[in-house]
Design a protein around this ligand. Structure first.
Ligand code: MG
Length: 229
């Protein structure tokens, strides 16, 4: 098969990179500014959730009602993006082992690369930029598009088709959480779970991932999977 018939959509946190201290601080400071909320939000499970979904949970934890949440919700998201850009120098993100080599190889082979991430688009590119991975991606589905991750997958597919003329049918989603797998399955895509986040290979397999990997260190493992279809 021609490699340019292949599209791979990557999650960011726990898949391409680890560390999101500044991203976390963006939530803390946004709800402090607009809701004077000082509760400890470190107990929330953020894995695989979109930024608007997380913000909603944070504000619900703070006891705000629907009307109060609605009032400053977009202001909070806008502020988070601004805060992130201003403080990204302080972000503790690092790219996971093998990721740069893998992306370089896929790009060289003409595989179309995109993102599906719950990060707001501004935060996604700044975070990847911090570790020099932003140049591999020119489109995706982002938390700034919608709060529902399965919609982000559809959005990324739509952008691949309309902006890049993608007409192929061999589409893979690589992510580190059951939420990545579930969202991709809603569009009948092939899923590769990678156990570099909070979830084990077994957990990812059990939630329906078609393939699971310990990490992305061995690029031949990925190439073998995508060449099978
Ligand atoms: Mg993730």
């Amino acid at each position: 098969m021609e490699q340019n018939e292949i599209l791979i959509l990557f999650d960011i946190d726990g898949t391409l990179v680890s560390g999101a201290r500044c991203h976390y601080q963006a939530f803390v400071n946004a709800v402090k500014k607009f809701y004077h909320m000082e509760e400890d939000i470190s107990g929330i499970n953020y894995a695989g959730k979109t930024d608007p979904q997380i913000l909603m949970e944070v504000l619900q934890l703070g006891g705000f009602n629907e009307e109060e949440i609605e009032k400053n919700f977009q202001n909070c998201l806008d502020y988070m993006a601004k805060y992130y850009l201003k403080n990204v120098y302080n972000e503790n993100t690092r790219s996971l082992d093998g990721v740069n080599e893998l992306l370089r190889e896929l790009q060289k082979k003409g595989v179309l690369l995109g993102l599906v991430t719950g990060n707001l688009e501004t935060i996604a590119y700044a975070k990847l930029g911090k570790v020099g991975l932003d140049g591999y991606f020119s489109f995706g589905g982002f938390g700034s598009d919608h709060h529902d991750r399965s919609y982000l997958v559809k959005k990324a597919l739509n952008r691949a088709q309309t902006s890049f003329g993608y007409k192929g049918k061999h589409i893979f989603v690589i992510g580190d959480t059951p939420r990545d797998v579930k969202a991709a399955k809603a569009s009948n895509l092939i899923t590769i779970g990678v156990a570099t986040g909070k979830y084990s290979q077994e957990e990812l397999k059990n939630c329906g991932a078609d393939y699971v990997l310990e990490n992305l260190k061995n690029k031949d493992e990925i190439l073998e999977i995508i060449n099978k279809v």
